[in-house]
Write a protein of this length. Structure first.
Length: 177
């Protein structure tokens, strides 16, 4: 019996395509205009939240982050910051699994607290990795990690808002029906 069913693979592919396409087009424009790393984090954690909600399987967020990194690095080989997002995706995957999908996705108050907390923490970790290993200009590492964490907070809030709206309208992944 396979772990990821066809619907799970399609969810991962759709979320990868969404994050990858916007990461390759919109994120660089906003980075050039502002030099603030919010966009990558918002896109990433909205996507990771949706993918995790959709499948509720360990490995979904990790695989999504890895595939987006491969796609991004294939088309933009200098986008080494994606290694920070691979780490953040794996950490997000582990944290949501440890708390349990019931608590981190389905219950209203625990899901809001856990998803926003996890996305903030994971984006902060990505910011630390990116700031430490891949930035070419001097910047306070804590400030850069804080900016990423802010983007993760926004991404988690948007992701959980989308999920709550879908659940209120009874749009559920097929395995929950």
């Amino acid at each position: 019996m396979t772990y990821f069913k066809t619907r799970d693979i399609m969810a991962i592919i759709m979320c990868t395509a969404f994050w990858g396409a916007l990461n390759l087009t919109l994120a660089p424009i906003i980075w050039q205009m502002t030099h603030l790393p919010f966009t990558c984090d918002v896109l990433g954690f909205v996507t990771l939240t949706l993918a995790t909600w959709w499948t509720r399987k360990l490995g979904t967020a990790s695989l999504t982050g890895l595939l987006v990194a491969v796609l991004t690095l294939t088309l933009r080989p200098n986008a080494l910051y994606m290694f920070g997002f691979i780490t953040a995706s794996i950490l997000f995957d582990i944290l949501t699994r440890l708390v349990g999908y019931q608590n981190s996705i389905e219950k209203p108050l625990p899901s809001i607290v856990s998803i926003i907390s996890f996305s903030t923490i994971c984006a902060g970790v990505a910011g630390l990795i990116i700031g430490r290993f891949f930035l070419e200009f001097p910047m306070a590492l804590e400030l850069f990690a804080g900016l990423h964490a802010t983007g993760g907070f926004i991404g988690g809030a948007v992701g959980i808002t989308i999920i709550r709206a879908l659940m209120a309208r009874k749009v559920m992944p097929s395995h929950i029906r």
